[in-house]
Design a protein around this ligand. Sequence first.
Ligand SMILES: [Zn+2]
Length: 145
Amino acid sequence: MSKEKKPLPDDVLYNKNLRAPVKTEINPAPKARVHQREWAKIMNGDPVEINPSVGSGYKIMTVDEWSARWKRNDDFPDCLECGGKKTKEHHFTQTWCRGKKKWESELLCLDCHSYSWRSYSDPDFMTPEEYEKQRWESLMAEAAP
Ligand SMILES: [Zn+2]
C-alpha cells in the first residue's frame, strides 16, 4: 500500500500537452448519443431500465439515483454552467493514433442538471484509416509519371 505510483509522463495523458483549444458546450441534455433517451425519460418522470448489474426491470428514478454509478472525472470536475463540482462523467472516449490524440468527455452536473461537453483533437490528428489513405495517395503521387 505504501508503494507510490509513479506519475505517468505528460505526453501519454489525454489531458496534458494540449496543442489546440478544448471545445466546450453546455446543453440541457446529453450531446453524446449514450443516455439521450434515458435522460428524456428521467425528465418526463418515466421509468428507465434498471442497471443489469443491480437488478432488472424498469423504475422511475431521480437524477441522483440514475447517475449514482457514474464517477466524477477529476481531470475535469467543474460544471461549465454553474461552476459546481458535483459532477459525474457519463461519456468519455479517447483515440490515439501515432502519438496524436483526440478525446471527448461529457459531464452531468447534479446541481444544475446541465451537461458540460469537452472535446479535443490534436491539429494534425488522423485516424488510422485517414493516415493509410494519405500514405497511399502520396505513394501514388510519387509513382505518377
Ligand atoms: Zn452545474
